[in-house]
Design a protein around this ligand. Structure first.
Ligand SMILES: *[C@@H]1O[C@H](CO)[C@@H](O)[C@H](O)[C@H]1NC(C)=O
Ligand SMILES: *[C@@H]1O[C@H](CO)[C@@H](O)[C@H](O)[C@H]1NC(C)=O
Ligand SMILES: *[C@@H]1O[C@H](CO)[C@@H](O)[C@H](O)[C@H]1NC(C)=O
Length: 220
């Protein structure tokens, strides 16, 4: 979701899942860390080890935060070349995250056509001390037709195998793009009233923003 936030909060405890009949305690909320002004945190992903990854819209930077620490310091784990910011993030294989990036100035509102692409941050090498444990950043595909690749999620694959797609909200074109991660072919898979901006983009309109899939459904 596009939202200018400076602070990052974490819901630490939720109702016990096995006793739904008990009264639901309120979640405990605490501030994990604070980024310097002006920072726009765009999206968040949770790694299988519980560490948080946040994408920054105000710089092409991916930060990792350890929510198990009392006062975690965000660590820059990956930087992406020639872009003003990164936006969507979705895990496409264990410890491999797809990330959307492009040029949109949050200060001028100008978007650069043909600047949008999907990249990959591979954390598997982190376990490999021989390589120094660096996160490997590489490009998956350019999407020159896209205008604002925002939230991202995956569909397909899993236990049954098959093709895994990356779905990406395009908030300016008002469509959801589908990228086949095997063939790297892509198309606008959803282009309906609900994905389009309600007012023209020139008047501040903004279409589909965050996307998530679950049990064969797409939430947006
Ligand atoms: C952050 O910086 C912006 C731009 O310089 C300024 O307008 C805003 O008041 C600042 N916010 C805080 C909380 O310091
Ligand atoms: C996007 O912005 C970066 C950083 O300013 C710049 O290096 C790059 O050339 C821009 N890309 C396009 C397609 O304009
Ligand atoms: C979405 O649908 C509209 C209306 O049919 C069309 O004009 C537009 O080109 C479509 N967008 C894309 C990216 O296909």
């Amino acid at each position: 979701m596009i939202w200018p936030i400076l602070l990052l909060f974490l819901q630490l405890s939720i109702a016990h899942p096995f006793h739904p009949e008990r009264s639901t305690p309120l979640p405990v909320i605490r501030q994990l860390c604070e980024f310097p002004n002006v920072t726009w945190i765009e999206n968040i992903a949770v790694r299988s080890n519980g560490l948080l990854l946040v994408t920054l819209f105000t710089s092409p930077s991916l930060y990792q935060i350890d929510p198990f620490q009392a006062n975690p310091v965000p660590t820059l784990v990956a930087s992406f070349p020639s872009a003003l910011g990164i936006l969507g993030i979705a895990e496409i294989e264990k410890d491999v995250f797809a990330i959307t990036k492009g040029n949109f100035s949050r200060f001028t509102g100008l978007v650069t056509p043909k600047s949008w692409s999907v990249w990959k941050a591979d954390f598997r090498a982190q376990e490999n001390t021989d390589t120094g444990g660096a996160v490997v950043v590489s490009k998956i595909a350019d999407l020159p037709e896209a205008m604002f690749l925002n939230g991202a999620t995956t569909v397909g694959g899993g236990e049954k195998g098959g093709i895994k797609f990356l779905l990406m909200a395009d908030s300016i074109l008002g469509v959801v793009w589908r990228l086949n991660l095997d063939t790297l072919q892509y198309d606008p898979v959803l282009n309906v009233t609900a994905t389009q901006p309600t007012v023209p983009v020139a008047q501040g309109g903004f279409g589909v923003n965050g996307v998530h899939t679950r049990d064969g459904f797409l939430g947006m």
